[in-house]
Design a protein around this ligand. Sequence first.
Ligand SMILES: NC(=O)c1ccc[n+]([C@@H]2O[C@H](COP(=O)([O-])OP(=O)(O)OC[C@H]3O[C@@H](n4cnc5c(N)ncnc54)[C@H](OP(=O)(O)O)[C@@H]3O)[C@@H](O)[C@H]2O)c1
Length: 245
Amino acid sequence: MIDSSPLSSLPPGYRAAVVGASGAIGGAVAAVLEADPNCAEALLFQRGGPLRIDIGDEASVAAAAEAAGEIDLLFIATGALHVEVAGQADRRPPEKALSQLDPVALAASFQVNAIGPALVIKHFAPRLPRQRRAILAALSARVGSIGDNRLGGWHGYRAAKAALNQILRGAAIELKRRRPLAVVAAVHPGTVESGLSRPFRPEGVSVEGVFSPDESAAKLLDVLNGLTPEQSGGFWDYAGREIPW
Ligand SMILES: NC(=O)c1ccc[n+]([C@@H]2O[C@H](COP(=O)([O-])OP(=O)(O)OC[C@H]3O[C@@H](n4cnc5c(N)ncnc54)[C@H](OP(=O)(O)O)[C@@H]3O)[C@@H](O)[C@H]2O)c1
């Protein structure tokens, strides 16, 4: 164990995979792992990279998991608020009202925020070791909390993240049987400067309470490092506070 490692709870020479390493938060997590002396290998999967993954294509997900081999940490950093719809140049913004619900945009949000990560979990979870600590985390969002929903709106994104949370909870229960030391977590990164949050931030103005991707990545990895197997299956924010489902 290397105490200075941000992931000192993982075994020396651990191997990690980041899915969505081209994203703002995924890229920042990848940079921390690459700089960590405790990390023997960080596999950075992205749509446009040499380690290619398209979470909308199960064959691509399966091939990526096959290439990864055994990993001690899986960090799923994919997702979208403004969703891509096949055949359309512009992304669809989140709904402000029920009247804007559209089945095509809803399906696209579920695809990228819930179904894609579910397939990543399906194919990568068997790659986690059985008899030592392992971490499986996915970027959810506080707005995916049903208990915390006081504003309404963003119906598709909220519902897709709630679905992701349920998948993660079920994964934690199933993994506990054969991988009792594994920790599964849904994590909220805070509001983070990225392409995803840009439409909701004033141009060129630094806003209090908005993290840089590096700040968010450091906080999230610190939270994950401290979670115990007994806490597996929870929903946590960047400060280690539990979020209601
Ligand atoms: N930023 C925030 O304030 C905030 C707040 C709460 C939760 N989150 C969550 O954090 C996660 C990451 O957000 P971010 O701010 O880092 O956004 P981002 O910079 O837009 O990153 C999104 C990532 O998802 C990838 N992706 C999308 N569709 C994909 C597909 N079919 N196959 C593979 N990769 C795909 C993107 O890949 P490409 O580069 O190929 O498009 C990109 O790497 C999301 O799940 C988001 O919901 C963010």
